[in-house]
Design a binder for this molecule. Structure first.
Ligand code: ZN
Length: 390
């Protein structure tokens, strides 16, 4: 087995976890096409924490990290005091997107590949993306992209027939919006083609999109439009409509915060090696009164996480994303960008054992190991900050 996990493999691992350690609860909600947003719980302590992955499905390492972390807890390879903490896991926030992007991956990279051979795909994808990023800078062309052409046969037709409704919708969406060949590999949105993190009442894109502006993504993705339903960036299906995944997530956070001693959350994205926390902002926070005390508390927790991982901290916020709302309403929430190399979904799985401190050194292993450690070290600080607040 390689390092990549497709949607079914993820669920197989989740189903095989030790049920005495990690329990599957009822889903926090269902997507438009009827997929469950599954919820798992570790521990029974009074301090509650939420950990999520895969809001942007192309950021596949975030699902895989959360699932591998759960597996370590399940096998007692990582220790969190079960009598002190209750950890809620939502490892696949965006099931439809994860089905789309991992189906694209499986159109080229089989499950039973050797680790070595799998690595060559990751490197090729990474380099092709960089070449296209350079071309975009130099020539500004929105032509076919090398990294998308690797997945040129990944059309909606490759989706398994068990995903009938989703498949039918995507076939029509590709035609209607003339989506680029091979772009299923870049799928960050949900199945309807809405970017969950942009799907928020305060998104800066809403006005621009409803004014009919053409908005393109950057660099190697500059042939993808963010103003149309598609792989990434589109803020809404119908103006003002909030997607089911976001409603479920917000309701879930509220429930945990109202019922229990909620001390914080970790939201995983990729890439950048950055820990985002709620700090400075140019404009007024639309949801809370952002005081110096709150900023200092958020920064304090972010600093601990960044000390362990050696990631940068960044507190700047413009309040245009779902995650900025979660950071505002449910402190202390950290948004962590896994991996220092660009080109999701494949590059963060590169794992070359090379010397020095290059960005390419054991990208995958460092993500898994450093972030595992960082959660364990950060939890007591979250708890302490929570207690000092009361
Ligand atoms: Zn993201």
């Amino acid at each position: 087995m390689g390092k990549i996990l497709d949607y079914d493999e993820m669920n197989d691992i989740l189903d095989s976890l030790n049920k005495n350690v990690i329990k599957k609860e009822k889903p926090i909600g269902y997507t438009y096409f009827g997929y469950p947003i599954n919820h798992y719980v570790y521990g029974h302590g009074q301090y509650h924490v939420i950990i999520t992955g895969g809001t942007h499905s192309a950021e596949l390492i975030s699902n895989v990290f959360v699932i591998r972390f759960m597996e370590k807890l399940s096998k007692r390879e990582a220790e969190i005091d079960e009598n002190l903490y209750t950890i809620h896991f939502i490892p696949i926030v965006n099931p439809e997107g994860t089905i789309i992007v991992t189906s694209a991956i499986r159109s080229l990279i089989p499950r039973d590949i050797s680790l070595e051979e799998e690595q060559t795909y990751f490197l090729t994808y990474y380099r092709n993306s960089y070449i296209e990023g350079d071309y975009a800078n130099k020539y500004g062309d929105r032509d076919l992209k090398l990294q998308q052409m690797m997945f040129k046969h990944a059309t909606p037709l490759i989706l398994d027939d068990k995903h009938k409704e989703l498949k039918k919708y995507l076939i029509e969406l590709f035609q209607k919006n003339d989506l680029p060949i091979g772009c299923m590999i870049n799928w960050s949105s949900n199945g309807r083609g809405v970017d969950l993190n942009s799907n928020i009442e305060s998104s800066s894109f809403i006005e621009r999109v409803s004014n009919g502006e053409e908005i393109y993504a950057n660099l190697h993705l500059n042939n993808i439009r963010r103003d149309k339903l598609g792989p990434l960036g589109c803020p809404y299906f119908k103006k003002g409509e909030i997607e089911k995944e976001n409603i479920a997530l917000l309701d879930f956070y509220k429930e945990i915060k109202n019922k229990y001693k909620y001390i914080g959350s970790f939201i995983y994205h990729s890439c950048g090696n950055i820990v985002y926390y709620l700090g400075e902002a140019e404009k007024k926070n639309p949801w809370i009164n952002l005081t110096d005390e709150i900023k200092e508390k958020d920064h304090g927790v972010a600093r601990i996480y960044s000390d362990v991982t050696d990631y940068k901290t960044d507190g700047f916020e413009i309040y245009t994303t779902m995650d900025s709302k979660l950071k505002s309403l449910f402190p202390v929430t950290l948004l962590i960008e896994l991996g220092g190399v660009r080109a999701t979904p494949l590059s963060q799985f590169m794992d070359f054992d090379i010397g020095g401190s290059s960005d390419f050194k054991n990208v995958y292993s460092r993500i898994i190991d450093d972030n595992t450690k960082a959660i364990l070290v950060t939890l007591p600080v979250m708890r302490e900050k929570y207690e000092n607040d009361i």
